[in-house]
Design a protein. Structure first.
Length: 181
């Protein structure tokens, strides 16, 4: 067992998780500009990108923390597991200049994660946190009928961890999800 800061650092660098988010994803640029055209606020940008990914990508596996393919492959194939799709959503939100990060959690059917110790096997799902106009929104683009800022009921299972590039210890805070929040 390690520490939360070390675990977050490893997840940020791991190419099978968030490692590609630190690299230039220039292939997204033109599409993101087209998607957010006409958006007046950051929240509108986030809503347009979320709707695009949710409506154009198909989830093939709802229980995976590791990506099964590169972001570019996911972008072109228009399908992938929950991490593939939601990390692509994170990359597109960042390409639009928004503050977005992946969030690791454990679904109800997978059991609870331990808040005291980082154990990879206790996580099985990735969602996205995006902050617009000072408000944090949690997104999951893998379910076709979810609205912006709504999560599937299986995601409400206690604490989760934001995987943030910031060295700020507050970015490692525990997140508690509540229905209707």
């Amino acid at each position: 067992m390690g520490t939360w800061p070390k675990f977050m650092e490893e997840m940020n660098k791991d190419e099978d998780y968030a490692g590609e988010l630190t690299k230039a994803n220039n292939y997204l640029s033109d599409d993101v500009k087209r998607i957010i055209a006409g958006a007046a606020t950051d929240k509108e940008k986030a809503m347009k990108i979320y709707a695009f990914v949710r409506d154009n990508y198909t989830c093939t596996d709802y229980s995976a923390i590791w990506k099964s393919q590169t972001l570019k492959t996911t972008f072109n194939k228009k399908n992938g597991n929950v991490s593939d799709i939601n990390i692509l959503l994170t990359a597109m939100l960042r390409e639009a200049g928004l503050d977005a990060s992946p969030v690791l959690l454990s679904t109800r059917s997978h059991g609870k994660m331990y808040a005291m110790y980082p154990i990879r096997s206790k996580f099985n799902y990735t969602i996205v946190s995006v902050t617009t106009e000072g408000q944090e929104h949690y997104l999951d683009a893998t379910r076709p009928f979810l609205g912006f800022g709504k999560l599937h009921a299986s995601c409400y299972n206690g604490p989760a961890r934001k995987v943030n590039l910031s060295a700020d210890p507050l970015s490692l805070k525990r997140i508690r999800f509540r229905k209707g929040a």
